[in-house]
Design a protein around this ligand. Sequence first.
Ligand SMILES: Nc1ncnc2c1ncn2[C@@H]1O[C@H](COP(=O)(O)OP(=O)(O)OP(=O)(O)O)[C@@H](O)[C@H]1O
Ligand SMILES: [Mg+2]
Length: 308
Amino acid sequence: MIEIEHLVKTFGEIKAVDDLSLPVPKKKMVGFLGPNGAGKTTTIKILTNLISATRGTAMLNGIDVTKEPKKALAHVGAVVETPEFYPYLTPVETLAYLGRIRGMSSREISIRTEDVLNQVKMTEWRTTRIGKFSKGMKQRLAIAQAMLHEPEILILDEPTSGLDPRGMVEVREIIKGLKKREYTIFMSSHLLGEVQETCDKAALIERGRLLVYDDIDNLKKLTRTSKIEVTTVDQASEEMLSRIGGLANVKDVASVNPQTFVVTLENSDANRADLLLAVQRLGLKISGFSPVGLPLEMMYMDMVKESR
Ligand SMILES: Nc1ncnc2c1ncn2[C@@H]1O[C@H](COP(=O)(O)OP(=O)(O)OP(=O)(O)O)[C@@H](O)[C@H]1O
Ligand SMILES: [Mg+2]
């Protein structure tokens, strides 16, 4: 597991990480969220010993990475920023080289190479020079190298950033597969749908500070507002819409097309049930009544707006 305690990183006047404390439990997958410049990459670079902390500690499986980086990182695999590989080497050669650096035996390297290339669906390309690879293929290879030495912890900085939609889907599938293998995973991302779908917990930071950290299910409930798209068989009149707008707990009603309107209301099951009843009482036949937007996204917007 990972234990970040009172971590601080300053760059001159800038506090990139500001007294951040965060435990990542064993075998859980934790999403690390926050706007651009919030301090996610800086935190991850400290965890992987690419830069040093100004203050605070980061323990990986009980070993302080700021004091004993080599020992602490022995059980960690990481993908930080866009990976660069030697273009004239093949995946097999690259993994052999990295395996030797990590002190693995030749036998271990060859067994693990097959396993990790298979996991990231790169077996077919095992002896092709990396110089020919697309960004998505390089990203998959980066994930493969992170898993090579069978680490218990995986640390990933925006693993799907810069990929095209297909590349994203492929990497997302690989990450879902990793979850089954019971790694402890700490992953930064801007893709809230992905985090909502794959992670157990998420932490949201802004300007280096932790805003909230909880189980995904609890975070979804933190949303203050919800939006419901209502579709009706007949057209709702202006008057009907304004009556819906006047209901308690309703903040806004916006017509999308003659048969569809979106209601913004305070988030609660009771409020949604009241809305459904009220629309029916107006004599409108409802053919659709569904939430719009991701709960995690709404929570993110609420929290980030508030802290500004
Ligand atoms: N080497 C550096 N020197 C000076 N300032 C830096 C350095 N690295 C990061 N920063 C600053 O620290 C802050 C946090 O940056 P960081 O890259 O950690 O954000 P991030 O959350 O990863 O953002 P993004 O979502 O855009 O990747 C920013 O204000 C950034 O400009
Ligand atoms: Mg970053």
